[in-house]
Design a protein around this ligand. Structure first.
Ligand SMILES: [Zn+2]
Length: 332
């Protein structure tokens, strides 16, 4: 049996969890397979707090350290008992320095969060840092939607695609996440997608994020209603309107699904994955999955046995679980 700490740092909330990993079945635990071994991950304790990013980095890291200490104390554990600590940050993380390179929550940018935490806890074991989209992909591929689907397959490729405020993702190959040379792999949100399309805040035209993020879907609806609506409906409301046969919402959702299918087919052409796991706010809409397998077919070069496009399974748990899994080493 071993213990891992997972820390999921978001722009608004930060969650810390202590996770017990064992090779015997644990009631309420998450079954997963790692290096060919069947294992179980069980949350011993988990707690959320506000990141309070306006108070700055020193305050945020101090509160994160305090919460780790408090949870360790609650479970009567000391840092020597911990086999790995993983930190998920809201932006791309350089694999060499383990620092966040860019991202919306600027206070963490360039800081050695892992080093500051290790120093304060006097922790000498493995400590990993990665971006939150990669944490989602790792957790879902190992213990979430990918688990049942994998069924002992040796070579296994899963993609995580986050359809949220932005569009991000991760690539899982045979038990690990492919991060790229600078930690920039799977930044799909800014892949050129529509020729001469909508302008993006990154300075380019037609990025994926301008078509598949929640705000993009909302903008697409609002644009078609001009001034006929006082408030701009949220993504969830647009799906509700479509279900109620509102013609504009139906057209907007239809187009969104075609874009999603085209995007999944593009990813499929590059990676030929076993499965594509959708996450983020927009992925909660069941309507997205209805007929999606048929929609991707016309865009596929190889039409036989296409990848399955599925809903995530772990919900809110994927952030901390994936962060903790990042610190896992073979032989755990
Ligand atoms: Zn862009």
């Amino acid at each position: 049996m071993s213990y891992l700490i997972g820390i999921d740092v978001g722009g608004t909330k930060t969650e810390v969890a202590i996770i017990e990993v064992s090779d015997g079945h644990r009631e309420g635990g998450h079954a997963f397979e790692y290096q060919g071994k069947p294992l179980y991950a069980k949350f011993l304790v988990r707690e959320r707090m506000h990141t309070q990013r306006r108070a700055g980095y020193d305050s945020a890291i101090r509160r994160m350290i305090d919460l780790c200490k408090q949870l360790l104390q609650q479970r009567d554990l000391n840092p020597e008992k911990i086999s790995g600590i993983g930190i998920g940050l809201p932006g791309p993380v350089d694999p060499g320095s383990k620092s966040m390179v860019t991202g919306n929550s600027g206070i963490f940018k360039g800081h050695s969060v892992h080093q500051d935490l290790a120093d304060a806890l006097q922790y000498k074991g493995p400590i990993a840092c990665g971006n939150d989209a990669n944490c989602f992909t790792l957790a879902e591929s190992l213990a979430g939607a990918g688990y049942e689907h994998r069924k002992g397959a040796k070579d296994y490729i899963a993609l995580g695609v986050i359809l949220g405020t932005g569009v991000g993702g991760g690539l899982f190959i045979n038990d690990h996440i492919f991060e790229g040379r600078r930690g920039g792999a799977s930044e799909w949100g800014h892949m050129p997608f529509v020729s001469e399309g909508h302008p993006c805040y990154c300075g380019n035209l037609g990025c994926v994020e301008q078509y598949l993020s929640g705000p993009a879907l909302e903008a697409s609806f609002a644009m078609r209603m001009y001034s006929q609506i006082p408030n701009r409906p949220k993504a969830q409301e647009i799906f509700d309107l479509a279900e109620a046969q509102d013609p504009v919402a139906l057209a907007v959702v239809k187009r969104y699904k075609r874009y999603l299918a085209k995007f999944c087919a593009t990813l499929s052409q590059i990676y030929d994955p076993d499965i594509i796991i959708l996450g983020g706010g927009v992925s909660l809409q069941n309507e997205l999955y209805d007929g999606i397998q048929n929609l991707i077919e016309p865009y596929l070069f190889m039409k036989n046995d296409p990848p399955q496009i599925v809903h995530h399974k772990l919900g809110d748990s994927s952030g901390v679980l994936g962060a903790a899994f990042m610190a896992m080493k073979p032989g755990l």
